[in-house]
Design a protein around this ligand. Structure first.
Ligand SMILES: Nc1ncnc2c1ncn2[C@@H]1O[C@H](COP(=O)(O)OP(=O)(O)OP(=O)(O)O)[C@@H](O)[C@H]1O
Length: 347
């Protein structure tokens, strides 16, 4: 059973294409993450599915109902979608409790029941204390959680989330992500979840659709997208990436993607372990793990180990690879050998 289908959807903003012949399907109960950098078309896609933007071409189906395409355009309020967008669009005159109770009442609940269910949802999202405030009295993150509660209260056929954790700090992010996961488990509702945060997409999604300049460039499970990206651009979007000119010791000259967790490190002084030598050029301790920048003969490499730092900058280490992945298109980008990382270079 299919919850949502986009068939060859093309959308333009003032004549400039923002989505280009995009096709994808979301199964019943599936969470599909839309991963893409800023401007890749994530919001445009969600707005088109919600009915705020008409497609120039193509069709959108919600379950077995055509909602956009041909001559048909079903208005947003008649599409069974629950939206949580970056701009939360809360009703300024309504209290938080009434905002969340409203969709519950519209779906047939009594006033008392709707308010009590709404209060429970607010509790789940840790905002019960805000029940009687209006949107103008809330922070950005609080407004975002109210918008999420309102969408969850609608019990729609499909959720559309556009970076719903963008204004939240790490612990609140966890609360919101847990709530999204719980609600979906209970209701079995399909969801599209747009984000530029690879970690979030990989952790939450059943499958990940990667957008680049309005085109779908890869669709796969989180593991496929992380371990076997279709291009250098996808490799970089899906997580920390180093690109070696070639795998050391191999005749194959295809550039290789190396994720930091694919690198094993040993002390050079022990003269054993890893196959090749490198120099540590920078170290960044992140709490649960430590990242190292390495200068190797095949290029710069990022390595990650659990726990505190075992090596210091300047030290020589031996390293080995548990795996690597060929990235043929990386040879066209000389800058690919610079790992995208938050481990600062030393002067
Ligand atoms: N109202 C608009 N008018 C003109 N161009 C627009 C409009 N909205 C978006 N665009 C353009 O369409 C493209 C896709 O934008 P979109 O907002 O869908 O990207 P996004 O992936 O959601 O980005 P972000 O992560 O920054 O929100 C961009 O090039 C953007 O500049």
């Amino acid at each position: 059973m299919t919850a949502l289908q986009c068939r060859d959807v093309t959308v333009g903003h003032a004549g400039v294409p923002a989505l280009d012949g995009l096709s994808l399907t979301v199964g019943a109960g599936e969470l599909l993450a839309i991963l893409g950098s800023s401007g890749s078309g994530k919001t445009t896609l969600l707005h088109t599915i919600a009915g705020f933007i008409p497609p120039l071409a193509g069709e959108i189906w919600l379950a077995d109902r055509l909602v956009a395409g041909g001559r048909r355009t079903v208005p947003p309020e008649h599409r069974s979608v629950g939206v949580v967008f970056q701009h939360y669009a809360l009703w300024p005159h309504m209290s938080v409790l009434d905002t969340v109770a409203y969709p519950l009442r519209r779906s047939g609940g009594t006033r008392g029941q709707a308010r009590s269910d709404a209060a429970e949802l607010l509790g789940d999202l840790h905002i019960e204390h805000l029940a009687h405030r209006r949107p103008s009295e809330l922070s950005g993150g609080e407004q975002q959680r109210v918008a999420l509660a309102r969408a969850l209260a609608r019990h729609p056929a499909v959720y559309l989330f556009d970076e719903p954790t963008a204004h939240l700090d790490a612990p609140l992010r966890g609360v919101v992500l847990d709530e999204v996961a719980d609600q979906r488990k209970q209701q079995g509702t399909a969801a599209l979840y747009a984000t530029h945060d690879a970690a979030e997409a990989l952790a939450l999604a059943d499958r990940v659709a990667v957008l680049d300049h309005g085109r779908l460039v890869q669709l796969g499970t989180p593991t496929e997208v992380y371990e076997r990206p279709a291009s250098l651009a996808v490799a970089r979007l899906a997580g920390p990436a180093s690109v070696l000119a070639a795998e050391p010791g191999s005749r194959d000259r295809t550039p290789r993607l190396v994720r930091p967790d694919w690198v094993g490190l040993d002390r050079a002084s022990l003269g054993e372990g890893g196959a090749w030598e490198a120099r540590v050029t920078a170290v960044a301790f992140h709490g649960p793990h430590t990242d190292y920048r390495l200068e190797t003969e095949a290029g710069e490499l990022l390595a990650r180990e659990p726990g505190p730092a075992r090596f210091s900058a300047g030290e020589r280490v031996r390293w080995s690879l548990t795996r690597s992945w060929p990235l043929a298109d990386a040879s066209r980008f000389p800058e690919a050998s610079q790992p995208a990382t938050d481990v600062p270079k030393l002067a």
